[in-house]
Structures are given as structure tokens and as C-alpha cells.
Design a protein around this ligand. Structure first.
Ligand code: HEM
Length: 393
């Protein structure tokens, strides 16, 4: 069997960044593992193949780098996202109880209340706003940074830093290079925070406590905090702003959600399936293997495209239909899968459900103007979304 090759697919190009789904259609069409010669890597975009790779860390390792450039792979070595067991398990364990279903149940009420206050406050002032800046951005920053326990000052830059952290995983380009100084800034900021400045009982404190107890190395503290800060804001922001756009375009789905709030959890899954924020991370094959029916040699770099799996017609039948009652929406791979499956997915779901629940109370109809896309290399989302709402009686 010969492996399919795509010569002209460039993940740093304007064409890919502004319209990744056209590239994903081509990758899925071509095979299970498709050689992307521009990047000397195999692209994987079919649902079953993506799940296979993510579900087998022994064959498809994260410890040899999850990025598509050497500089970032060196800089992220030893971070939670770029380790295999047993190192990975030790790092993951540190915050497991803080993000457990029990902990999240306890947090639910306050997250719901915060969403309610934010929505009431905004809609009390105006019915015309920017759903990205005024609604989606403020909320996850507040929730996640409070949980990590960071002091109130110095938070303004977090979004720029998170943006850069994702962009840095792309193949080397001008955009990728531009991300590095920002990453350094973020690490310098987190390093400058003394453990006593972190709120007692916070995730930040728990990280330092784990180091004191010898469960992780002292030098892992700042990178671990950085992972949660980075991963926890940008992704959820895009999920929330994508939701507003989708419900504006599909008013009948908004009506269905307002009629039956028990659809909220599935609606969040469908939003993430339809428009998955995170585009890809890599694995490296530890041995000769087959992905689906396609061979990959030991040492090959594999690029796993989560949003492609979530629109694979082999899996979903009608992937381009946005349907919040879709029976298998929970099987989406926007949070990845396997041992690196998103550590914050419970929190992300909680935040998105809280925000949509608060909006469902107050908003009868969304209308949106021309969205402005934010061109990040790994995170697909919006910079601005002019929005008008008609309030419920
Ligand atoms: C809608 C929102 C979110 C999306 C779409 C998302 C997506 C992802 C994906 C795809 C990965 C897997 C990377 C891989 O396969 O190697 C991941 C990992 C991770 N996420 Fe999320 N994420 C979201 C929200 C959050 C939040 C709110 C937090 C924390 C508060 C968080 C923390 C993490 C961490 C720490 C990892 C690394 C896990 C590991 O390597 O074991 N994420 N996320």
C-alpha cells in the first residue's frame, strides 16, 4: 500500500489559517495517515484514525514534542502536555481533585452566579455589543485565574500570552517567531509570583504543595501553572463566542434550547463538535505502526486534527448540520481523547453551560454582523462579533 501525499498543504499559510476545513476535507479524502511533505509529518483527520492515535500513547508519544517546530518542542519538554507516563501521571494528578466532578459540583453555583451577573450587567447597559470582547473574554479569564489563585493585577496580558502559547506550536514562520517573546513574558510573570501571593486553597498553591511533598519537581511548578492558565482561557472564550454566532445563524436551535434547558450539556458538545477551537497537536511514533490502513515508520511526526475528526462524514453522517439534539454529540474529540484528554473539560463545560444558561434566561434572539476572525495558527475563533439581541419579556 502506498501512503497518500499532499505536497501543497502549508499549515502556516493564510489559506489554511483562514479556512482550515478545506484542508481537512482533503486530508480525510486522501487517507488515514497522509504525508504532508511541507512539514515532513503525517496528517491524521478521520475520526477513527484520530481516536486510534490519541488512545495509544505507547505507540504515539507526546514526550517527543507536541509542536511542529524544534524550538517549542525544546521549550515545552517536561510540560504536562509533552510527557508520557509516568511523568505525565504525576503532573496530572496534582490538580485532579481540584477539577474532579465533586469539586466542580461545588463550584457550579458560583460559576452560574458569575455568569448571571455578567450577562445581567451587560444587558442592563446595552443590547448591542461585541460578543467576543464584552461577553466571551471576560468570563473564562475571571473564572480560571481566580481558580489558579493569581493576584488581581497583571492579568491583563494573559490573553495575549495564551494566544502566543498556542501559536508557538505551529511550524516555524514569522507568526510562530512572534509568539516566543510573549511566552517568555508569561513565564517571567508566573515566576515572579511568590507562592504566598497565590490565594490559599487555589490550584496554584496546590501545585507548590505537591512540589514540597516531593510529588513533582520544584522546577515543574511554573510550567504547570502556565499550562492551566494558557489552556484554560483562549479555548473556552472561543467556544462561547462560537456559540453566539451559531445560535444567531440557527435561531430554531436557540428556541429549542430556551424551551428545554436539559439540552444545555448536549448543546455545548455540539458547539464544540461543529466548531472545535483547538486545531491540532502532534505525536511521534515510537515504533513502526499502522494508522487505520496506512503505515507510518518509527520516528514519524503525526499531526492530529481534532476539528477534522469532528466533521468526518464517516462518523457523523451529516457533519455540517448544527443540531443541539444530536444523539452522539458527546463523542466529539474537541477535548482530545486518551491520557491527554483535556484536564479542564469539566470546567470548560461548566463555564459554557453557565454562560448559555444565563443568556437563555434573557435573550430571545441574537443577530450578528460580520464576524472578524482572529488569525491564530492553532486556535480557531473570533476577534470580534458585533451582536444585537432582542430581550425576552
Ligand atoms: C472549550 C474549552 C477547551 C478546549 C476545546 C480544550 C481542548 C484541549 C485539547 C484538545 C487538549 C489535548 C491536547 C492533546 O491531545 O495533547 C487539552 C489539554 C489540556 N487542557 Fe484543555 N481545552 C479547553 C479548556 C480547558 C480548561 C478550562 C482548562 C483548565 C482550567 C484546560 C486545561 C488543559 C490541560 C492542563 C491540558 C493538558 C492535559 C494533559 O496533557 O494531560 N483546558 N485541552
Amino acid at each position: 500500500m502506498t501512503t497518500a501525499v499532499l505536497h501543497d498543504l502549508d499549515l502556516t499559510s493564510e489559506a489554511y489559517v483562514s479556512d482550515p476545513h478545506t484542508a481537512y476535507d482533503r486530508i480525510r479524502e486522501a487517507g488515514d495517515a497522509v504525508y504532508l511533505s511541507t512539514h515532513d509529518a503525517f496528517g491524521v483527520g478521520r475520526y477513527d484514525a484520530v481516536r486510534q492515535v490519541l488512545g495509544d500513547w505507547e505507540t504515539f508519544s507526546s514526550a517527543r514534542g507536541i509542536a511542529l517546530n524544534d524550538l517549542t518542542n525544546e521549550a515545552t519538554a517536561g510540560m504536562i502536555i509533552a510527557t508520557d507516563p509516568p511523568e505525565h501521571d504525576a503532573l496530572r494528578e496534582v490538580l485532579a481533585d481540584k477539577l474532579s466532578p465533586r469539586a466542580l459540583r461545588a463550584l457550579g453555583e458560583s460559576v452560574n452566579a458569575q455568569a448571571g451577573v455578567l450577562v445581567d450587567d451587560l444587558l442592563g447597559r446595552t443590547t448591542d455589543f461585541d460578543a467576543v470582547v464584552d461577553l466571551a473574554q471576560a468570563f473564562p479569564i475571571q473564572v480560571v485565574l481566580d481558580l489558579v489563585g493569581l493576584p488581581a493585577d497583571g492579568r491583563d496580558e494573559v490573553l495575549r500570552w495564551a494566544d502566543a502559547a498556542f501559536s508557538a506550536a505551529a511550524p516555524m514562520s514569522e507568526r510562530t517567531m512572534a509568539a516566543f517573546p510573549l511566552l517568555q513574558e508569561q513565564l517571567a510573570y508566573l515566576s515572579s509570583i511568590h507562592r504566598d501571593d497565590l490565594v490559599e486553597g487555589s490550584m496554584g498553591r496546590a501545585i507548590y504543595d505537591a512540589a514540597d511533598a516531593g510529588r513533582i519537581a520544584q522546577e515543574s511548578c511554573v510550567p504547570l501553572m502556565s499550562a492551566y492558565v494558557t489552556a484554560g482561557v483562549d479555548t473556552t472564550i472561543n467556544a462561547i463566542s462560537n456559540a453566539v454566532q451559531l445560535f444567531a445563524e440557527h435561531p430554531e436551535q436557540w428556541d429549542a434550547l430556551r424551551r428545554d434547558r436539559s439540552l444545555l450539556p448536549n448543546a455545548v458538545n455540539e458547539i464544540l463538535r461543529y466548531d472545535s477551537p483547538l486545531q491540532y497537536f502532534c505525536r511521534v511514533a515510537t515504533r513502526d505502526a499502522e494508522i487505520g490502513g496506512d503505515p507510518v515508520a518509527a520516528g514519524s511526526r503525526i499531526v492530529v486534527f481534532y476539528p477534522s475528526a469532528n466533521r468526518d462524514e464517516r462518523k457523523w453522517g451529516n457533519p455540517l448540520e448544527f443540531d443541539i439534539a444530536r444523539p452522539d454529540a458527546a463523542e466529539h474529540l474537541a477535548f482530545s481523547y486518551g491520557i491527554h484528554g483535556c484536564a479542564g473539560q469539566g470546567l470548560a463545560r461548566l463555564e459554557a453551560q453557565a454562560m448559555l444558561g444565563a443568556l437563555a434566561e434573557r435573550v430571545e434572539r441574537f443577530e450578528v454582523g460580520e464576524p472578524v476572525r482572529r488569525l491564530n495558527q492553532l486556535i480557531r475563533g473570533l476577534a470580534h462579533l458585533p451582536t444585537s439581541v432582542r430581550l425576552a419579556d
